[in-house]
Design a protein around this ligand. Structure first.
Ligand code: C5P
Length: 230
């Protein structure tokens, strides 16, 4: 079982490269950002004011706790069709809206929320070690902000994917045409960096700066790192 942990800031191309890697190796794909986005979507839908100067952390924690323990949330780890559901409703597109992107840090900054999600993410990753899992015990690519440091610091491959800010902003602005919410990536990184450490690599984590690499080149570098670990 190979666990590939990938962290990095917004707009660096983590999702597209992680998905392609998982497909290449027949691994499961866990988009942890989608889990935080789903929580923010659920909080907004529940009427919680995420624009308030100081958000009500207790209410957010209770609401997210109910989302998970009440069995409302579901996620597919198939890299060919990674989808997120709330009560059976497919919210994969809805969680990419500008509304969710600009509010998600308010939810992900709440430490008890992180603890719920970290436990769930570890369980998804551990499940992939079994034969009747999606990957049949082969492996999993998990991407986010704290996978290399907190969720799976013992992963066989740990990568920090990064790029210059203007490059990431341009990529996200380009994606907005395809339905991903337009946003200020620097503002989100600043908020996220208060609780997670993805701006520099932890010990043993390989940094890949793909500012001047295209998608295929980035993928090749990552594939080599995984092949070396197998
Ligand atoms: O990766 P993505 O941009 O979809 O992540 C959405 C948000 O989820 C991040 O901006 C961050 O607030 C939160 N997140 C997190 N920890 C992770 C993954 C995402 O806090 N491991």
């Amino acid at each position: 079982m190979i666990r590939v942990a990938i962290d990095g800031p917004a707009g660096v191309g983590k999702s597209s490269t992680s998905k392609a890697l998982a497909k290449y190796f027949n691994y499961a794909y866990l988009d942890t950002g989608a889990m935080y986005r789903a929580c923010a979507w659920w909080c907004l839908k529940s009427g919680i004011d995420l624009d308030a100067e100081t958000v009500d952390e207790r209410v957010i924690t209770e609401t997210v706790g109910e989302f998970f323990t009440g069995d409302h949330f579901d996620i597919s780890v198939d890299p060919d069709d990674p989808r997120v559901y709330a009560d059976g409703e497919d919210i994969s597109e809805a969680i990419r809206s500008t509304e969710v992107s600009t509010h998600v840090s308010k939810v992900s900054n709440v430490i008890p929320v992180r603890n719920v999600l970290i436990a769930a993410q570890r369980a998804y990753i551990a499940r992939e070690a079994s034969l009747d899992s999606f990957s049949g015990g082969l492996g999993v690519v998990a991407e986010g902000r704290d996978i290399t440091t907190v969720v799976a610091p013992d992963a066989e491959v740990r990568i920090l994917l990064t790029a210059r800010e203007e490059v990431r902003q341009a990529r996200r602005t380009g994606q907005a045409v395809k339905g991903v919410g337009a946003e200020d990536v620097a503002a989100r990184d600043k908020a996220d960096a208060k609780v997670t450490s993805f701006l520099s690599a932890a010990d043993g984590v390989t940094t890949i700066d793909n500012s001047d690499m295209d998608f295929e080149h980035t993928l090749d570098v990552m594939i080599k790192l995984i092949e070396d670990a197998i």
